[in-house]
Design a protein. Structure first.
Length: 257
């Protein structure tokens, strides 16, 4: 696919993906979802990419879904648009490689939902988060009603969803919506350095941690522990053996996967 909205640059095993539709504050439309689907599939199949950073071009991370595209939709067309976005963000969430949102500005509506589908979020001190759909008489369509309560708790989630209040980076940090806040000029370097740190770890272990943590969240505690124990055995005789041997020999491990 020829990418018109998404730009990707790769260096040191980290892919930096930029949503670039600045004339529309990077608003999400059908073309965006088509490109993101293709890009997730491409990244998943590339051995030279071990971690991903997603950010936005200009003043916004993503300022929401494209209202101009949505305004004329019928209820059935709206449901189909919701399912399209949900499938795309779910495929991003299920990508084996870690995905970091570097939130540079407005992350509203669908933009906040994109950030939620990433594994964690680093924000510029100027970032703004919100789910303003009720202002338009709508509700979120890309799983904010499901991801947000799981991430920050029901009270914080319903406050944001029902009041449509925009919150700054420090409030988002307090709620647990983001994991780190940095000055704007440090945002991308910090996110990329974090991605490089993860990319240097055992690749199989990174994939297993992401999968077990996400799957375990949807299970009861005992079932989650069983899932962890099963996955714990997989690196033994594989890269885990190399990692432990390297530790004992006081050298850096040489990962094969």
């Amino acid at each position: 696919m020829i990418y018109e909205i998404l730009k990707m640059e790769i260096a040191d095993a980290v892919a930096v993906v930029t949503v670039s539709r600045p004339q529309a504050m990077n608003a999400l439309n059908t073309r965006f979802f088509q490109e993101m689907d293709a890009l997730v599939a491409e990244i998943g199949g590339r051995a030279d990419i071990k971690a991903v950073v997603i950010t936005g071009d200009g003043k916004a991370f993503v300022a929401g879904a494209d209202i101009a595209e949505m305004v004329g939709k019928t209820p059935d067309e709206a449901r189909a648009f919701s399912r399209l976005g949900q499938r795309t963000f779910r495929s991003l969430e299920l990508l084996e490689k870690p995905v970091i949102a570097a939130v540079n500005g407005f992350a509203l509506g669908g933009g906040c939902e994109l950030a939620l589908a990433c594994d964690f979020r680093i924000a510029s001190s100027k970032a703004k988060f919100g789910q303003p759909e009720v202002n338009l008489g709508l509700i979120p369509g890309y799983a904010a009603t499901q991801r947000l309560p799981r991430l920050i708790g029901l009270g914080h989630a319903l406050y944001l969803l029902l009041t449509a209040e925009m919150v700054g980076a420090e409030d988002a940090l307090r709620m647990g919506l983001v994991q780190k806040v940095v000055e704007p000029e440090a945002l991308l370097p910090t996110a990329v350095e974090t991605a490089k740190t993860i990319a240097a770890k055992g690749p199989l272990a990174v994939r297993l941690v992401k999968r077990v943590a996400r799957e375990g969240l949807l299970k009861d505690f005992e079932a989650g522990c069983a899932l962890e124990a099963e996955a714990f055995g997989l690196p033994f005789g594989n890269e885990g053996a190399e990692g432990m041997k390297a530790f004992l020999e006081k050298r850096k491990p040489e990962w094969k996967s």
